[in-house]
Ligand binder design. Structure first.
Ligand code: CAO
Length: 417
């Protein structure tokens, strides 16, 4: 008996770029047999995008396709269609993130797939949901961030809408899709029936921006948002403004300069003024007189001078590195963190020890770093293996489908695989 929860689940991974591959990679980590289906000759475009080692699969590909097998298949050829049909009959899940209508044009509509295998779960990522007035659009990460409300609410009020470095449109959508797939799988265990699971990138971004829709409705009602830097000195219009680095909830916070900020772009901490932690904050800052001072005692009283308070904290921080500052503030139970660069994260011993940053071996590249499972289990140790080379498992998968050596040779000759 295997200790991998998804062992025995076979997934046709018809995904590319980031949104779909992030989803199927997660399921592969947890034990599913994920067969990545790619076009012969070229494969997933990320294999060759942003290459750092000539001729080798790019990190963009390797970091999103670990623990999978790779089958090359031209699904527009008759032989390719036959192989895909066989695969559908014996798989549990098909995941795709093609442009709108591509799977239908290939001849594999939901109705047809359902006929071939009534237990099949077909999971799709699209830019916009079915029936949306933009449903025909092709979409990438930043397009989704703009459509989902993230861009209009990120950045500074005197600058343009700004996209996040976090993949809110891509990997986030993939994570939503994984939840949908596992839900459909659970349902299938009860009914024996598969179903179609669809997630749009716009919806997934919006799901993470729900506090901004909260703010829009508050703004409509009262005309201001007290936790935004625009309050009480600035002006509000009728749309949620960009709030810079303000805390999104009821706890004011800001990114503050530490020692060395003049030359180090990441010499900052995030500092949160948690309401009930006001007394420890004052003690940490050497300002005990603020604890009972009516001008500072309550969150309301502090609101109109919150940036003066942040300026005072920056002065306190001026002779401390971001790490020294956090080491002091943590003793006072103050929610805070150094602003960590990717270089610092890559070398972080705790992230290495927990398996969140892992070093993986790759046949062409040698060792590279990737992000391991952010989900930890008491009964599963997630092991990350290198991503497959293009078509590495083609013959193996075809043989498992019942093709003999001669037939496989013919398919290669016809460039169907
Ligand atoms: N064999 C034969 N044909 C194949 C194939 C295979 N193995 N794999 C893909 N194709 C074909 C598709 O059938 C499609 O053909 P037609 O358009 O002629 O019917 C064609 O390749 C192009 O597919 P595409 O539309 O998915 O690719 P694109 O590069 O033009 O667009 C993207 C890329 C990402 C914009 C688009 O796929 C998309 O909008 N996907 C949905 C949203 C999404 O996931 N975006 C996030 C990507 S991560 O940033």
């Amino acid at each position: 008996m295997s200790d991998k929860p998804l062992e025995g689940i076979k997934i046709i991974d018809f995904t590319h770029v980031q949104a779909g591959p992030a989803c199927t990679q997660l399921l592969a980590w947890f034990g599913a047999d994920v067969i990545k289906v790619e076009r012969p000759g070229s494969g997933d475009v990320t294999r060759s995008q942003l290459r750092d080692v000539p001729g080798a699969d790019a990190l963009y590909f390797t970091m999103l396709n670990s623990n999978k097998r790779s089958l090359t298949l031209d699904t527009k050829t008759p032989a390719g269609k036959e192989v895909l049909t066989k695969l559908i009959k014996e798989s549990d899940i098909l995941v795709e993130n093609f442009g709108p209508g591509a799977l239908d044009r290939m001849g594999f509509t939901w109705e047809h797939i359902k006929e071939l295998n009534p237990g099949m779960i077909v999971a799709s990522v699209k830019g916009f949901s079915d029936g949306h007035h933009y449903e025909d659009l092709k979409v990438y990460e930043n397009v989704a961030q703009c459509a989902g409300g993230a861009a209009s609410t990120s950045g500074f009020w005197d600058g343009p809408p700004t996209v996040s470095g976090a993949a809110l449109g891509d990997s986030n959508t993939g994570m939503h899709l994984a939840i949908g797939i596992l839900t459909a799988l659970h349902q299938r265990n009860k009914t024996g029936k598969g179903q179609k699971v669809a997630v749009s990138m716009q919806d997934s971004v919006l799901n993470l921006c729900r506090v901004k829709l909260r703010d829009q409705q508050r703004l409509d009602k009262v005309g201001y948002l007290e936790e935004y830097p625009q309050y009480p000195h600035g002006k509000f219009t009728d749309v949620v403004p960009r709030g810079g680095n303000a805390g999104g909830g009821g706890q004011p916070g800001w990114v503050l300069k530490c020692k060395g900020w003049e030359t180090d772009p990441n010499a900052y901490i995030y500092f949160t003024i948690q309401g009930h932690a006001w007394a420890p904050i004052c003690k940490a800052l050497g300002k005990p007189e603020w604890i009972e001072d009516p001008a500072y005692k309550t969150a309301e009283a502090r609101q109109d001078k919150i940036f003066d308070i942040f300026a005072f904290i920056e002065e306190w921080l001026s002779d401390k590195t971001k790490f020294e500052a956090v080491d002091i503030l943590r003793k006072f139970d103050i929610p805070c963190s150094p602003v960590l660069s990717m270089k610092e994260i890559a070398a972080d011993p705790s992230l290495r020890a927990s398996g969140t940053i892992v070093e993986v071996d790759h046949k062409q590249r040698g060792k590279y770093l990737t992000v391991g499972s952010p989900i930890k289990f008491s009964d599963l140790k997630v092991e990350i293996t290198g991503s497959p080379l293009l078509g590495e498992h083609t013959d193996e998968v075809l043989a498992q489908l019942g093709y003999n050596a001669e037939q496989i040779k013919e398919m290669h000759a016809a460039r169907a695989v």
